[in-house]
Design a binder for this molecule. Structure first.
Ligand SMILES: Nc1ncnc2c1ncn2[C@@H]1O[C@H](COP(=O)(O)OP(=O)(O)O)[C@@H](O)[C@H]1O
Ligand SMILES: [Mg+2]
Length: 487
């Protein structure tokens, strides 16, 4: 069935190659796709970037109307700014005409086949991650999985904007395509991906069936008493240097404790090469004075956490081809979280370089805490390394944050696919505008008022930013239930 071609307005004024103005005769929305018949190239795809209403109403007349005088009518016009997206040339490349359109040319609403062709909305088969539909259309947006893993991803939105939900969608797709994932989950909210979604009330246009991923999900946590669904995550005591040991012990006063702890470890190691935390506790017990007492007490605490053992969790347990490994850090102190993230990231990067583990996707929630723009934390350096070099080794990084302005700029700028949901903080918007190419002022403006469930997608195999209605989850979303438990 062919829809009637709907005329929406006329080009007027000065016409640029990349943008022009139209006077609108029909209602269109910001973001709508339009088309023009170019004399040389045929149909060219454009997008309405901004709308405004002009009128002949001056201040004096407005005052008169305010006093009740309604004798003369107001003449008003609806005008739009349009950006040219382009057409596909003989080789399938997107081009924009080299001569501006003529003023007075008619502008039409674009039809879906043209939109799909120019935007490149095609079925990617085994390489596509179906994340949603082009806003106001039935066209699927499938991100190129190879691009995601090779060229990094950022997911940006304010709290409650839908980051975790969208990431859940992405992880479902990666699991369907048997892509190995490691997910740093500071709030323990991704475990619910094991279970199928309850009735989601979502529109059937998305064609999503409920599905759980229990067989492809495993979970580890340094704190299994708080997170009983997880297996214990442990590190090998002998591979932890005294400085990091202090972090695991929860001691921040390095000046007072580092030297005594070093001495203690060295003395124990000299007599007991296979020493355990228990051996350190015993040695500390024999010490005298306030420092020794604190060390003793904190080592006892460390022993209880069981995070340091003779053998750490092995790489083969942690990374399993085609599975998602959740690192649940719920209830773990922030500096210990940083250390855990640093050690895991380092292990993954080293072993990926040596080809000992399959290519994988490392997801980092609350990324601004692990690679902050201001200052440096334990995990900063390795994450910057992965952002700049991970692609060479098939280690994809996905950073998720509600504070785009607070995450390290060098990390953010390495992300070639951005999934942006509603952002209102001006500093965060500025950081986003600076890190993304091809974002128009109109789009930056629209990011502030995106409804929940609509994302601006840039990269991912597409050459122009797209507004995406995120598809419903097949598995259960975990964000809410966790919040109830934490309260
Ligand atoms: N695409 C979507 N469709 C339906 N509901 C959504 C969608 N995205 C988010 N939500 C809802 O919005 C709320 C916040 O989403 P969440 O992903 O937890 O936000 P964030 O991680 O950004 O803080 C959740 O309760 C979730 O159910
Ligand atoms: Mg979240």
């Amino acid at each position: 069935m062919k829809r009637a071609v709907e005329e929406v307005g006329l080009i007027f004024g000065d016409v640029g190659l990349g943008q022009f103005q139209i006077s609108l005769s029909h209602a269109v929305e910001r973001g709508d796709y339009l088309t023009i018949n170019d004399e040389a190239q045929g149909r060219v795809l454009c997008q309405l970037d901004d709308l405004r209403r002009t009128s002949d109403l001056n201040l004096e007349r407005a005052d008169e109307i305010g006093r009740g005088d309604v004798s003369t009518p107001i003449h008003e016009r609806l005008l739009g700014s349009v950006r040219v997206i382009g057409y596909r040339d003989g080789q399938g490349l997107v081009k924009i005409p080299t001569i501006p359109f003529r003023p007075g040319s008619k502008v039409y609403r674009a039809e879906e086949p043209l939109i799909a062709e120019v935007l490149g909305l095609k079925h990617r088969g085994n390489a596509g991650a179906y994340v949603g539909l082009l806003r106001n259309h039935r066209l699927r947006i499938e991100l190129d999985i190879n691009q995601l893993v090779q060229r990094h991803v950022s997911v940006l939105a304010k709290t409650g904007g839908g980051k975790s939900y969208l990431l859940g969608v992405l992880i479902e797709e990666l699991l369907r395509h048997k892509v190995t994932c490691v997910i740093i989950d500071p709030h323990g909210e991704y475990g619910s991906i094991r279970y199928p979604a309850e009735k989601n009330g979502a529109s059937p246009k998305f064609a999503v069936e409920a599905q759980g991923f229990a067989r492809q999900v495993q979970e580890f946590s340094p704190d299994v008493s708080l997170n009983p669904s997880a297996k214990p995550l442990t590190f090998s005591l002998r591979h932890i240097d005294p400085r990091d040991l202090l972090v695991f012990m929860g001691l921040t006063n390095i000046k007072s404790f580092l030297a005594p702890l070093k001495d203690l470890v060295e003395a124990v190691a000299a007599t007991t090469p296979e020493y355990t935390v228990k051996d350190l506790v015993r040695a500390a017990e024999r010490g005298e004075g306030a420092v020794a007492e604190t060390l003793h007490e904190r080592l006892e605490y460390l022993e209880q956490t069981k995070i340091l053992g003779p053998k750490g969790t092995s790489l083969n347990e942690l990374v399993v081809k085609g599975m998602a490994t959740l690192i649940n850090l719920r209830g773990v102190a922030p500096d210990v979280q940083e250390l855990v993230v640093a050690r895991i990231a380092l292990t993954l990067f080293d072993n990926r370089k040596k080809g000992k583990i399959p290519p994988l996707f490392l997801v980092l929630e609350e990324a601004h805490n692990f690679a902050p723009q201001q200052g440096s934390v334990t995990s900063s350096r390795i994450l910057k390394n992965i952002a700049s070099e991970g692609r060479k080794f098939g280690l994809g990084l996905c950073v998720v944050t509600q504070r785009a302005a607070r995450i390290d700029k060098s990390v953010l700028s390495q992300c070639n696919t951005q999934l942006i949901l509603q952002v209102t903080n001006p500093l965060d918007l500025k950081a986003i505008a600076q890190s993304i190419e091809g974002l128009t002022d109109g789009m930056t403006d629209m990011i502030q008022s995106l409804p929940v469930g609509v994302a601006l997608v840039t990269g991912g195999g597409y050459h122009t930013p797209l507004f995406c209605e995120v598809r419903p989850r097949a598995s259960r979303h975990g964000g809410e239930s966790v919040r109830v438990v934490e309260n």
